[in-house]
Ligand binder design. Structure first.
Ligand SMILES: [Zn+2]
Length: 410
């Protein structure tokens, strides 16, 4: 099965080059050729997707989402009355909204069981290609310990999601093995406190370097890497010392932390929109006061930290923490990255070539070179001239995944 996608132009994020009057050939879901129409021979029996008026570019990648979370704020009463099966089904509309916003591949940073990824792969419902962390591990009282002062824990108990709370080196080894057994592609650790957790502070480091190192070793033994929710400066440095591959959020980077990141070529996934959505939800009365206060307190520091990282040319992969904010709103992160000094070309690379390298999809996603998945989007203009074209889901007119049309709103 061969499909030819025609566009007014084709944008290669790697080089920022624009090819006018372009075509992408997709054969059995994989790109077989791409370039100007004058140079690509389109077989007579090829199916045609006409992207007239559109600039084509590779499908976007979000390296930090939570498809199982609704993204409409945190209502503790509602959480108490949500059965775990309903929590999982939240991922169905979330996956569709993400895909229709142009994000054809994501790394889920915890909370979403592997069954969601398998269901999408089997075509049960539309969604992005996924890598999943299954759960995010933290220490007792840490970021994913949703134990409240009254004694109730608000973590939904799913049979194929191991407990997120773990203390000590040997228990960490066993838990990482359990998370991998549950289908995890990535191991997610919380090496600092966070905003949406009742018992900790984003300023404090959590888990010891030895605990983190044990997780990194166990992950590596089975071909996985570790991503660290790391906001506190000490938590960032502990994670880097122990060998994690990516720092998520990175609210308090300093010169030393940036040196450590540059040294190992480690990636930073800023998720700048996340605290913004905590504040927005709080304004709508859908956020507990302690979380709203923490979100407001970190917002400006977060921006200053990411600005430093951009200036130092730290490797930045696009990620949004969507699930805090609404699914499909992912593209707003582009505008925040640009506001902090990132060029439009680097913004697009963060969500294509760089994210693909970081997540482990180099050559498959974030590019339309032959051999890549046939995942592309079409927007009415060049996003390098106007990032709004990828920032707003309505501007993403065409979404193709594996050569199949997933959205065509013309
Ligand atoms: Zn997250």
């Amino acid at each position: 099965m061969i499909t030819a996608v025609f566009g007014d132009a084709l944008l290669d994020p790697a080089t920022a080059e624009l090819t006018p009057r372009a075509v992408v050939l997709i054969e059995d879901g994989i790109v077989s050729a791409r370039g100007p129409r004058s140079q690509v021979t389109v077989p007579k029996d090829a199916g045609v997707i006409d992207g007239e008026g559109l600039t084509l570019l590779p499908g976007l990648i979000d390296a930090h989402v939570h498809l199982r979370s609704r993204g409409n704020g945190r209502d503790l009463g509602e959480m108490l009355q949500t059965p775990p099966s309903l929590w999982v089904l939240n991922a169905v509309p979330a996956a569709r909204a993400t895909l229709e916003a142009g994000f054809t591949a994501v790394r889920d940073a915890g909370g979403t069981p592997a069954g969601v990824k398998l269901a999408i792969e089997r075509g049960l419902f539309p969604g992005p290609r996924m890598q999943v962390a299954v759960t995010a591990l933290s220490q007792t009282g840490g970021h994913t310990d949703q134990h409240f002062a009254c004694g109730i824990s608000l973590s939904p108990q799913l049979p194929d999601v191991p407990s997120s709370v773990v203390d000590g080196v040997e228990p960490m080894r066993q838990r990482v093995r359990e998370v991998i057994r549950a289908g995890a592609d990535w191991i997610k650790l919380c090496t600092s406190g966070g905003v949406l957790s009742p018992n900790d502070s984003p300023h404090h480091a959590t888990l010891t370097v030895d605990e983190i190192r044990a997780a990194v070793e166990e992950a590596a033994a089975q071909g996985r890497q570790v991503m660290a929710h790391a906001q506190a400066n000490a938590g960032i440095k502990n994670a880097l010392r122990a060998g994690v591959a990516s720092i998520e959020h990175g609210i308090w980077l300093d010169g030393d932390a940036i040196e450590m990141m540059l040294d190992g070529g480690r990636a930073l996934v800023p998720t700048l929109v996340a605290p913004l959505w905590v504040i927005r939800h709080a304004e709508q009365g859908r956020m507990p006061k302690w979380a709203a206060d923490k979100g407001r307190a970190v917002f400006e520091d977060h921006k200053a930290s990411i600005r430093l990282a951009i200036e130092a040319q730290v490797r930045i992969a696009f990620g949004t923490d969507t699930g805090v904010g609404p699914h499909g709103s992912n593209g707003e992160e582009f505008l925040l990255l640009r506001e902090l000094g990132m060029s439009p070309a680097d913004c697009l690379r963060a969500a294509t070539t760089v994210a693909a390298e970081v997540v482990g999809w180099k050559g498959r996603a974030g590019t339309l070179e032959p051999g890549a998945w046939g995942d592309l989007i079409g927007v009415p203009g060049n996003p390098l001239d106007d990032l709004e074209l990828v920032a707003r889901p309505d501007n993403v007119h065409l979404v193709v995944q594996g050569g199949e049309v997933r959205k065509d709103r013309r």
